[in-house]
Write a protein that binds this ligand. Structure first.
Ligand code: UFG
Length: 351
């Protein structure tokens, strides 16, 4: 057992959110001391409680927005032993970003710039950044490698991920003490096996999995499948769905890589997926299999901006990062359903 004084302290921004909370659990269970900053614009303190129940440790929590630079400065001033930062905090709804581009640019870019400024000022040397396969658009070749060209973003949200990666690259170039890794996620779904933390979108879900589980629990009348006339085997779009716990473990591996100076260059990026593409219909079938429920769904028109198919080439992450996704589709849909049921049960008994 490591003693408390030896624990490495990591700041997790957006740590009460979906991927952030799962990463906090994995960090704590790997022996790290976790400090969270989150303005809770798209999360609640329920995830803090969940992290505490799973790990036995309640992380130190600071509720504010990273755009508040003087607040962030005071935070860094009073946390001089930080060894790294995992930066999740950002707006992430594709459709909303089209309607409110400036809100997305302001929030996602300024928070990163403030963070990098403080990391430079207070000499916190390691950054892991939450990026997305959205930077590739519809790639010309599948599976998509890290060398695939970055295409013009299909939404302001996607553009913020591209610009953030560039901001990081330029900042690391200018500051040799700083090192960073961008993790480009494919489609994270599922939840921690305890059902104590999971995906809880505010309002109507935009993403497939929470829409499925909310439909099955009776909150939505039916899932709309956006198009079944694509050039794919069953006509629905194909994505590389990855279990959020596998994804969370990759963050622990990435911060470890930086702390142990295993990185090959000051800025690296990795695709995080399973390497396997699944269609919308395959997700529905897996959900029906693992939940034992028939899902009410209807086929409707295509959603504008959807890429037809994308899945990751995982070789680089497997070999170089030393990480691999292990959980299959059924574990993903089963755990998402377990979370939805348990969360709603807790809600109804706490009323
Ligand atoms: N889908 C439906 N019905 C729904 C929701 C989604 O049929 O109600 C379909 C979509 O058309 C798509 C698939 O399910 O074919 C997955 O859609 P999601 O919205 O869950 O995920 P996306 O792949 O569109 O979006 C994800 C991330 C974004 C990121 C994008 C990059 O959520 O943050 O990948 O491609 F920008």
């Amino acid at each position: 057992m490591k003693s408390t004084t030896q624990k490495k302290k990591i700041l997790v921004t957006g740590g009460t959110g979906y991927i952030g909370s799962h990463t906090c659990v994995e960090l704590i269970q790997s022996g790290y001391d976790v400090v969270i900053i989150d303005d809770q614009s798209n999360s609640t303190s329920a995830s803090l409680k969940g992290i505490e129940k799973i790990t036995g440790t309640r992380p130190e929590f600071h509720p504010f927005n990273l755009c508040e630079s003087s607040h962030l400065d005071s935070f860094f001033k009073s946390h001089q032993t930080l060894q790294g930062v995992i930066h999740f905090a950002a707006f992430k709804a594709v459709g909303e970003s089209v309607e409110k581009p400036l809100a997305y640019y302001r929030n996602n870019l300024i928070s990163l710039m403030n963070l990098l400024e403080m990391m430079t000022k207070y000499e916190v040397p390691h950054l892991v950044f939450s990026s997305s396969c959205t930077v590739y658009g519809q790639p010309d070749e599948l599976p998509v490698t890290e060398q695939a060209p970055i295409k013009k973003a299909a939404s302001p949200y996607g553009n913020t991920k591209q610009i953030c990666e560039e901001i990081i690259e330029d900042t690391l170039n200018a500051n040799p003490g700083l090192q960073g890794i961008s993790l480009r996620y494919f489609n994270p779904i599922g939840a921690h096996e305890s059902g104590l933390i999971g995906e809880l979108p505010a309002g109507t879900p935009n993403n497939l999995m929470p829409f499925i589980t909310q439909t099955a629990i009776g909150l939505r009348s039916s899932l709309k499948v956006f198009g079944n006339d694509y050039d794919t085997p069953d006509g629905t779009c194909i994505r590389d769905y990855i279990h959020v716990v596998d994804l969370a473990k990759a963050h622990v591996r990435a911060i470890e890589r930086l702390l142990e100076k295993q990185n090959k260059t000051e800025y690296e990026y990795f695709n995080l997926g399973t390497g396997k593409g699944s269609s919308v219909m395959e997700i529905i079938q897996s959900f029906e299999r693992t939940s034992g429920q028939k899902l009410n769904y209807e086929i409707v028109a295509r959603r504008s901006g959807d890429v037809v198919k994308i899945y990751a080439d995982t070789q680089y992450a497997n070999q170089e990062l030393g990480w691999k996704a292990h959980k299959g589709l059924d574990e993903m849909t089963e755990s998402a359903w377990n979370w939805e049921k348990k969360y709603r049960e807790r809600q109804s008994t706490s009323k």
